[in-house]
Design a protein around this ligand. Structure first.
Ligand code: ZN
Length: 197
């Protein structure tokens, strides 16, 4: 995704992409601490949710904002092969560009619509137990450009299965830093991974 992206559709960042505890917008990169409010660059927000057994209420597992430099660094730290496999997976299994065009054509520029179904498996949030949501943002605006989107747990598993063990180690380390939970919950969330798309 290019930094020179022309923003044609945007909306104030909706609450679903706020920091959960603080109920406020992200103001800095979770990884490097860079301020994100100045409008110097686009940034990503990723949040992972899971429904506990017997519950229909999805609870936050982790959340982060990520500047483009950190995203690039993460991308570069994964093996070329892993990055190519992820790209090929999305190319073959998602219609992210067509979807972008169709939703804008019909003026359906609404976060709930963009997030409701996994862009790969098409399953809805209601029918899955775990999912991750992604947004591209600029200052306090959510930018509609292929994102926002949702990936269900099955899609995340598919992608993790494509990665080399070295790439998985890198992702594991980063996720461990982000999941701030008492040890007894650590086991429960051990299969949750930050995925930079
Ligand atoms: Zn950063």
């Amino acid at each position: 995704m290019s930094e020179a992206l022309e923003i044609t559709h945007s909306a104030p960042i909706p609450k679903v992409f706020y920091m959960e505890k603080e109920e406020k917008q992200f103001t800095e990169c979770t990884i490097c601490g860079k301020n994100l409010t100045g409008g110097n660059e686009l940034y990503l927000i990723e949040k992972a949710f899971e429904k506990k057994t017997g519950s229909t209420q999805a609870e936050l597992v982790f959340e982060l904002a990520c500047c483009m430099d950190c995203r690039q660094e993460m991308h570069d730290s994964l093996s070329i092969e892993s990055n190519e496999k992820i790209a090929a997976y999305f190319e073959a299994n998602s219609r992210v560009e067509e979807r972008d065009r169709e939703l804008k054509e019909h003026n359906l520029v609404d976060t709930d619509i963009w997030l409701n179904n996994c862009i790969v498996k098409n399953k809805s949030m209601d029918e899955v137990n775990e999912y991750q949501i992604y947004a591209l943002c600029w200052k306090d605006e959510l930018v509609f450009h292929q994102m926002p989107f949702m990936l269900c747990g099955e899609t995340i598993d598919d992608i993790l299965n494509l990665l080399s063990s070295k790439s998985l180690d890198i992702i594991n380390d980063l996720t461990a830093d982000l999941i701030d939970l008492p040890p007894e919950f650590g086991e429960l969330f051990k299969d949750k991974k930050v995925l930079f798309i």
